[in-house]
Design a protein around this ligand. Sequence first.
Ligand SMILES: C[S@@+](CC[C@H](N)C(=O)[O-])C[C@H]1O[C@@H](n2cnc3c(N)ncnc32)[C@H](O)[C@@H]1O
Length: 201
Amino acid sequence: MSKITTQEIDELTYLKYRSEKRRWYGYFLGIYQRHTYWMYKVIDDILNENKQIKGIIEIGTIQGALSIFLGLECYERGLKPLLTYDIKEFKEPKLFELLKIRFIDRDCFHETSVNEIKEYADVPIFFMCDGDHKIEEFNYFAGLLKPDSIIAAHDWGIEIGLKNILDTINEYEMEALHKEEWDSPPDYIKTSFWRKGKRSK
Ligand SMILES: C[S@@+](CC[C@H](N)C(=O)[O-])C[C@H]1O[C@@H](n2cnc3c(N)ncnc32)[C@H](O)[C@@H]1O
């Protein structure tokens, strides 16, 4: 699978991000975070503005900090319970059971996973690409989602950028959401958000 080379990374932005990223970034409920708290606020705003969203899928669970936040969003809003994939097995946080989060220990590109995802995504959903192959996750799963779904890519500007997904964005007439938050001080959420066109494939 293709990966962005280090030469393609905007070094200055990345170094600034590295030096400032500790702001609102550390642990959530005692679970190590790989993202800043501010991302929760932006996702919450996006869900407030997109009532068509009926479920959330996450690729890349790890210890589950983001999963718990996304699981809370599903629970409180009455969406389908979070579906989250990882190829590694982890000790599931206790909240997974309470929030009915479905942790699936399998490659997201495995045929069984793809069928599961298609079945879950029979309505517009929010899809978070946070596995180790974000470019492939974005370009592949965007095509499986219903129009008006939202797809997000973490590590924006580090592991994935516009040039890697431009064809997909054009093909599905995607609209950028909250672009001012993607890669800006002081919190650098390093995440992009896109909504598929209402009349797209
Ligand atoms: C960046 S971490 C996820 C971070 C997590 N969402 C968080 O915020 O704490 C990436 C994870 O993706 C998992 N992963 C890599 N390839 C995968 C695949 N094909 N299917 C499912 N998970 C995968 C890795 O095992 C790793 O745990």
